[in-house]
Design a protein around this ligand. Sequence first.
Ligand code: RB5
Length: 148
Amino acid sequence: MKLYIACDHAAIEMKDEITAYLREKGHDVEDLGINVGEKIDYPVAAEKVARKVVADNTSRGILICGTGIGMSIAANKVKGVRAAAVSEVYSAKLTRIHNNSNIICFGARVIGIETAKMIVDAYLEAEFEDGGRHAARVDLITKLEENF
Ligand code: RB5
């Protein structure tokens, strides 16, 4: 599964550490920036990952800013994105199983690097519980997106 990661200037160190961590574990991670010395507004970074993820529905995205919230709000404006901002492992796992989220967001000013690693592990190991009540609810989300 291809992974896309990006951050704003609040989270460069965490983005680099998570990228290295995931690559060491064998994941195919494309780093869409930014890098040390650069600045970016979080909606711009969110759009980069969102576009990649909706173009390939087998891929997943990781967005990191100060809180994770701005990234999730922005990414969710892109049709086909279900981005979740989380700060702990339980939500990271459940947002895959229940919401079929395709982008996970978190905040470098909110959680530490070890929690961030646990979050990405839980997120990437979990699978959407397809075919039942959760799928019907995700379909309702898609309908909302189509209607507005
Ligand atoms: C940048 O200072 C900060 O606003 C951003 O990283 C993020 O926390 C927004 O949600």
